[in-house]
Design a protein around this ligand. Structure first.
Ligand code: G3H
Length: 365
């Protein structure tokens, strides 16, 4: 076997390139230095590093450190993260959650059978016959298309201000622009989606994304439930995913999108709502609008019943709500908030758009 020739000595012309030092081993991250593959929940939240653009300019944030430790390796950081786990409550396990979920599902199915059509009267609007200011305050004016430009986001904000919508619901990269644009209109706030539209990013990523969106001015967070883990009945994962984001949001209300189009049974929809509410969600929300379906009156009613026993938890209908009649329909079923890219049409400002932000199936109605 031929041996490699020795590397040439560094020349003065290449003095800026540091030669390899064979006496100093290159750090290799061994498994013992990494987080356990199944860390106990809630996953520790990583300390927030400087926001690339505006972290240190933000009035709520600390001043930059005077020195930055370049020597801190992954090992030390991991140790710090692991030690943070001792400060958080014990995770809830599948063994603990499954019987609770089953009992709740049975109870809500009974409630569903027993409820008559007169039993629920919505109180979010006082007039169900016309588009009022109160109706506008139920609307999250939404633009979540990946191709949304800055100008379109600004136009969304202008419409939200003009019609008095509750929020502008946008992707996190637009949170700063939206919160700045809405700075003088307190009736319209910034709502950022998280883990959108798949819900499949890691819990830590969702926590981090939520923290940054809040630093950028988000006053509400709409996160997507980890759908695959839910469908395989890993309720522990789902509970602790939501719990961790709620904890990271530090009091900013979190809505949990259960993505009804991908949940096939009433039992699944009830279970998803219950877990979200138990984990601290302020809202349960029907759909992203991007996964082949949207809000239906039946689902909204079921979700209202599913969170009835969790005081204060509300229902948001989203995906495919395009007309005033549809908006009133979901409000009568139990929605206190509507996420829609057709807010202006609902208020009578223009005809509903055929193409919208999501892909909700119009036939779902
Ligand atoms: O979360 C909100 C939805 O993406 C809005 O869906 P939409 O564009 O069908 O109104």
């Amino acid at each position: 076997m031929s041996s490699n020739p020795p590397p040439p000595p560094p020349s003065s012309s290449s003095s800026s390139i540091r030669p390899l030092n064979p006496t100093k081993p290159i750090p290799i991250f061994t498994p013992t230095q990494r987080l356990p593959s199944k860390p106990s929940f809630p996953w520790p939240q990583p300390p927030l590093p400087p926001h690339p653009q505006n972290f240190y300019n933000h009035p709520n944030n600390p001043s930059p450190p005077s020195t930055i430790s370049k020597g801190a390796g992954l090992h030390n950081q991991q140790q710090k993260l692991i030690s943070m786990q001792s400060n958080v409550p014990d995770p809830r396990t599948n063994e603990e959650l499954t019987p609770l979920v089953d009992a709740h599902v049975a109870k809500v199915l009974e409630d569903l059978k027993a409820e008559t059509s007169e039993e629920y009267t919505p109180d979010v609007v006082d007039d169900l016959t016309k588009a009022t200011e109160k109706l506008a305050q139920t609307i999250d004016h939404t633009l979540l298309k990946p191709e949304a430009t800055e100008d379109q986001i600004k136009a969304l904000c202008e419409e939200a201000i003009e019609y008095g919508f509750k929020s502008c619901c946008i992707n996190p990269s637009h949170a700063r622009l939206v919160s700045t644009t809405l700075a003088n209109t307190p009736q319209t706030i910034t709502c950022s989606v998280i883990g959108f539209p798949l819900g499949a990013t890691s819990t830590s990523s969702k926590c981090y994304e939520a923290s940054l969106a809040i630093l950028d001015g988000a006053k509400e967070i709409d996160m997507v439930l980890p759908i695959g883990q839910f469908l395989q009945s890993d309720y522990s994962y789902v509970y602790n995913d939501i719990f961790s984001v709620v904890r990271a949001a530090k009091g900013v209300p979190v809505k949990v999108i259960i993505e009804t189009s991908l949940l096939k049974t009433q039992e699944q929809k009830i279970a998803a709502c219950w877990i979200a509410a138990e984990a601290g969600a302020a809202w349960v929300k029907t759909s992203t609008g991007f996964n082949g379906g949207g809000a239906t009156v039946e689902d909204v009613k079921l979700m209202r019943l599913a969170v009835k026993h969790n005081e204060g938890v509300k229902v948001k209908a989203s995906g495919g709500v395009r007309t005033f009649e549809q908006a009133i329909g979901v409000i009568k079923a139990g929605a206190s908030r509507i996420g829609t890219s057709n807010g202006v049409a609902i208020m009578g400002g223009n005809p509903p758009k055929k193409e919208n932000g999501g892909e909700a199936d119009k036939e779902a109605y």
